[in-house]
Design a protein around this ligand. Structure first.
Ligand code: SF4
Length: 222
C-alpha cells in the first residue's frame, strides 16, 4: 500500500513519505487521514462555509487536529471520526466529499498552495482545540475552519489562493492569541525557573507539544 505525506520536516528525502512515515505513520493511517480530510471538506460544503453548530465545530477542530503530524496514529479512531463527520454532514443536508485522488495531485503550484492552506489549517486546529478544552472559543476563528476547508475543495487562481493564505495568516494569529489567553488565564504567565538538567535512570514519560491540560493531568496522576 502506498501513501503520501509531506507535512513535516522529517519527510523522507525532503520530498514526501510514500511507503511509510519516517515518524512511523503507516500507509493505512495516512490514507485514513486523507479520507477524513476529504470528508471534512464535504462537511464544510454542507455547511456553506460557515460553522453550523457547536457539535460540527468541535468535530471539525478535533478531526483536523487528529491529522497533524504525530498526533493520532490510531486507524480505528480516525475512521470513527470520519463516520461522525459523515453523520453530521448528512444532518446538514449532505454534500459530496472532496476527491481523495485530487488532494495531493494536479498542477504543482496549485497543489503547493492548497497544501499550504490545508497544513496551516491543521496547525490552527491544534491551537483551537487546546484553547477549547480550556473553555476558550472564538466564533470568528471557528467559522474560518469551515470557510477555509470549503475553499480547499474549490478551484482558485494563484492570486485567489494567495489572498486566502493571507487571510488565514491573520486568523491564525487570532487563534494563537486565543490559546495564549486560555493558557495564561488557566495557568498564569510563564516565568523562567531553574530546572534540573541531570540525566536520571528511566523509565520516563516524554512530553512534547503544547497541550498544557494533558500535561497538568499527567503531573497530577504521577
Ligand atoms: S508526518 Fe510522518 S509521514 Fe508525514 S511527512 Fe512527517 S514523517 Fe513523513
Amino acid at each position: 500500500m502506498s501513501m503520501f505525506c509531506f507535512q513535516c520536516e522529517q519527510t523522507a528525502g525532503g520530498k514526501g513519505c510514500i511507503k511509510t512515515g519516517v515518524c512511523g505513520k503507516k500507509p493505512e493511517v495516512s490514507n485514513a487521514q486523507d479520507e477524513l480530510t476529504c470528508a471534512l471538506i464535504g462537511l464544510a460544503r454542507a455547511s456553506g462555509g460557515k460553522c453550523p453548530n457547536a457539535n460540527a465545530a468541535v468535530l471539525m477542530i478535533k478531526s483536523l487536529f487528529a491529522t497533524v503530524t504525530n498526533v493520532n496514529f490510531d486507524e480505528a479512531k480516525i475512521n470513527e471520526l470520519k463516520e461522525l463527520v459523515e453523520k453530521e454532514k448528512n444532518l446538514l443536508g449532505g454534500a459530496e466529499d472532496f476527491n481523495m485522488a485530487e488532494l495531493w495531485n494536479g498542477d504543482i503550484d496549485i497543489v503547493s498552495l492548497r497544501s499550504t492552506l490545508l497544513l496551516g489549517i491543521r496547525g490552527m486546529a491544534a491551537y483551537a482545540y487546546h484553547a477549547h478544552v480550556l473553555g476558550k472559543n472564538d466564533f470568528e476563528v471557528t467559522d474560518w475552519f469551515f470557510k477555509g476547508m470549503k475553499a480547499i475543495g474549490e478551484e482558485h487562481t494563484v492570486e485567489e489562493w494567495l489572498n486566502l493564505l493571507m487571510e488565514f495568516g491573520g486568523m491564525n494569529l487570532k487563534c494563537m492569541a486565543l490559546l495564549d489567553e486560555a493558557n495564561t488565564s488557566a495557568y498564569g504567565h510563564p516565568v523562567p525557573v531553574k530546572v534540573t538538567t541531570n540525566v536520571e535512570k528511566g523509565p520516563f514519560i516524554v512530553v512534547s507539544g503544547h497541550d498544557l491540560l494533558d500535561l497538568k493531568q499527567l503531573l497530577e496522576q504521577t
